[in-house]
Structure formats: C-alpha cells, structure tokens
Design a protein around this ligand. Sequence first.
Ligand code: MN
Length: 157
Amino acid sequence: MTADPGPPHHRPHRPPHEGGFGWHEVDVMAYKQEGDAPFRDVTRQVLFDHPELACQLRYFEVAPGGHTTLERHEHVHAVMVVRGRGKALVGESIHELALNDLVQVPASTWHQFRAPDDEPLGFLCLVNAERDRPQLPDADQLAALQADPERASFIRH
Ligand code: MN
C-alpha cells in the first residue's frame, strides 16, 4: 500500500510530459477569466504553490501572435524565458526576449508580454502568493504609454 502522496504541488518529483512544457496533474488553465481583462492566447500552469512559501511559480505560454494583459500592480514579477522568444514592455521600455533571459517587473510598473507570429513564448514567473489586483490603464494612462511610436505599435489592449 502506498501512502497518499498529497497534493501534486507537494510531491518531491514531477517530470514533465513528453515535449517539456506540461506536467502530470498540473492543470493547464486560461491565463485569466475571459472578459476580465484583454489578453490573447495565453495559458497558465501553477507549478509550485506551497502554503510554506510566500510565492508561487507559474509557467505561462503565449501562443504565436498572442499577448498578456497590459497591467500594473504592487506585487512584482521575476520572469525567466524558457521557450521561444518574444518581447516585453516593462515600464517605458520594450525588450527583445530570447531563451533564458531574465525579466524583472518592479512594483507599479506597466508590463505586457508578446509572442512573435511564428513561435510561442514560454516563461516561468515567480510572484508573491498574496497579491493585489492588477490595474488596467485608463484612457489618459494609455495615451501616455502610446505617446512613443514604438510603444504605440507594440501595445495591445
Ligand atoms: Mn502582472
């Protein structure tokens, strides 16, 4: 008789499915509730969610042509690109993202991730377990972000 291994997040070893970016008993969820905030073609998998940790580690995958929500909040993100490539807006700057790049999103900083048209963008995101609700830009904030032509052509909202 084997002991109950407990919730999947507490198991000592969880290999991925073949292909590498899905795990047994880790649900592939929609990034956010539909209609909650604008985004396109993003999935979310929570890899680590222990009560003993003050953070969660998630894997997000943005399908080709997709993007995350343009948002900001008080909690911070620590991101590592583990699949494909893409771009990220962090604050006022747009960054080209390649495999293994690290991205830090400070508190109260606008951010958005985008995949190119021909490849998905997959990244690990470490985040506070307790976090405030993301804020979406109002018309004035969006106009300020779009004042720069490079940002204007990048941003999806
Ligand atoms: Mn965020």
